[in-house]
Design a protein around this ligand. Structure first.
Ligand SMILES: [Zn+2]
Length: 330
């Protein structure tokens, strides 16, 4: 199946209920190159504007193809999303063929792959950014652009597949997490091994351990980058207490290590714990006993102020930190 400039299969490509109706309408107009970009307005003598350059790069006249696909600013966003699946891409000439090839490039091959949400989110988000720059004196913030694209993809995916087992935050951190989970068939299969974080993120795994009579314990943690390279570790003794205290201390210490390190400032953090109780207390989904509240609140504060992605993972993928924590007991 390939595309012709007369349309045909584009229709089924667009009207699939993956994005809000106004976004589907917009996508349809993009394919037909009917959105009011500057060069187009000038061609149709609908505008007297002097500046017809692309508001994102300021280098090339703003056409539909340029603004949403060929522009270096836009292209970075497309490749940023494709990178979650390790896909490389060439820019086809017109919007219709591009969107069709994008559709065909779905790695999982499944119709409900999160991949299919990407194109809607990118063109819509670029369009809103472009309008903000032109009409509201907005500034281009490429990091914000990519982040909003990922957020939209995650939210639309969850709206379409509310029963999928992944969290919005997990999806934002790694879009490919959505694949396989939407069908609830391969539950957590992707998460049984430790995975490196996406570019722009660091991943911190932490764990705590107590000796059986609770007289002493240890905490451990490891920070790794998108290549899986270890950037920092800790392995420390802690005082007596219940096992949950060790888990909370490990989380808090890990967050402190991240938030106080200068080199980590330009990254966002994904924090993983295998302790579901600590996870639920900190993420506020179950009430926390008063005794642990001060520590839980301190963790929450750092998570909020650094927009940390906090997730609960199975024990199997957290084994390295388990041994670091046990080492910490001494
Ligand atoms: Zn441009």
């Amino acid at each position: 199946m390939f595309i012709t400039s007369s349309g045909g299969d584009w229709k089924t490509l667009v009207w699939r209920g993956l994005a809000p109706p106004k976004v589907e309408v917009f996508t349809w107009l993009v394919i037909r190159q009917r959105i009011p970009v500057r060069a187009e307005l000038l061609n149709r003598s609908l505008s007297t504007i002097n500046n017809i350059l692309c508001p994102l790069c300021g280098l090339v006249p703003e056409s539909v193809s340029h603004l949403l696909f060929n522009c270096s600013v836009a292209w970075v966003v497309w490749m940023h999303c494709a990178a979650f699946w390790g896909v490389n891409f060439v820019v086809p000439r017109d919007p219709g063929s591009f969107l069709f090839s994008w559709h065909e490039a779905s790695v999982s091959g499944s119709a409900d792959s999160i991949w299919h949400f990407i194109a809607f989110a990118i063109i819509w988000t670029i369009w809103l950014f472009r309008n903000d720059i032109i009409f509201a004196d907005g500034r281009l913030d490429s990091a914000q652009l990519s982040f909003l694209v990922r957020t939209r993809i995650a939210l639309w995916f969850k709206a379409k597949f509310p029963d999928s087992l992944c969290f919005v935050d997990d999806l934002i951190a790694d879009l490919s997490v959505g694949d396989g989970l939407s069908a609830s068939k391969r539950r957590f299969s992707k998460q049984q091994v430790w995975e490196a974080p996406p570019i722009g993120f660091l991943k911190l795994n932490v764990d705590g351990a107590m000796v059986s009579n609770g007289s002493k314990g240890g905490i451990g943690g490891i920070v790794r980058n998108n290549l899986g390279v270890c950037l920092d570790t800790f392995s420390l003794p802690i005082g007596p207490g219940p096992p949950i205290m060790a888990e909370l201390e490990a989380i808090f210490h890990g967050l402190s290590v991240f938030s106080s390190n200068h080199r980590f400032k330009k990254f966002r953090l994904i924090l993983e714990t295998d302790c579901s109780v600590a996870f639920e207390w900190i993420s506020n989904s179950t009430p926390c006993p008063t005794a642990f509240e001060p520590l839980v609140r301190r963790c929450r504060d750092i998570i909020a102020s650094f927009s940390v992605v906090f997730r609960h993972v199975p024990r199997e993928i957290n084994l390295v930190t388990d041994s670091l924590a046990k080492e910490g007991i001494g």
